[in-house]
Design a protein around this ligand. Structure first.
Ligand code: DQA
Length: 144
């Protein structure tokens, strides 16, 4: 099983940005957690972060035929990007949406998720652990 974990804008600033919301762990710590979890479960994983919408679209397209599924935190693009929704629909790979914070309990505009319509599941508000939960959900989905 080979999966791609994609992160959108400002996730590289974990540990620095709004620690009351996103915690004090860094992006490097997140990647370490994900890699250890995947290694323990026999999953091959690549992680990629970008602040650019088109770059994320390119990565989703490049995943076609290479990965079995995607875990994505589109960050702010969750609430704005039809391009990311269309990219996930285009490649038709099982995809799980993840958010560190509880997006439904924050600003009104964060309740809208374009990408959700193309995702098999959403994990929200579980902190960095949510990525591991999203990987487990994706792995279950791929086994079925
Ligand atoms: C986020 C929530 C988004 O609303 C926000 O723009 C982010 C991070 C999260 O992981 O909680 O950048 O996706």
């Amino acid at each position: 099983m080979k999966i791609l974990v994609l992160n959108g804008p400002n996730i590289n600033f974990l540990g620095i940005r709004e620690p009351d919301i996103y915690g004090r762990e860094t992006y490097a710590a997140l990647i370490h957690m994900i890699e250890s979890h995947c290694a323990a479960h026999g999953i091959t994983v690549d992680c990629y972060q970008s602040n650019h919408e088109g770059d994320l679209v390119d990565q989703i397209q490049a995943a076609y035929g290479v990965y079995d599924g995607i875990v994505i935190n589109p960050a702010a693009y969750t609430h704005t990007s039809v391009a990311l929704l269309d990219a996930v629909k285009a490649v038709s790979l099982p995809t799980v949406e993840v958010h560190i914070s509880d997006v439904d309990a924050r600003d009104e505009f964060r309740r809208i998720s374009y990408i959700r319509a193309a995702c098999v599941a959403t994990v929200s508000g579980r902190g960095l652990q949510g990525y591991l939960d999203a990987i487990d959900l994706l792995s279950e989905q791929l086994k079925n």
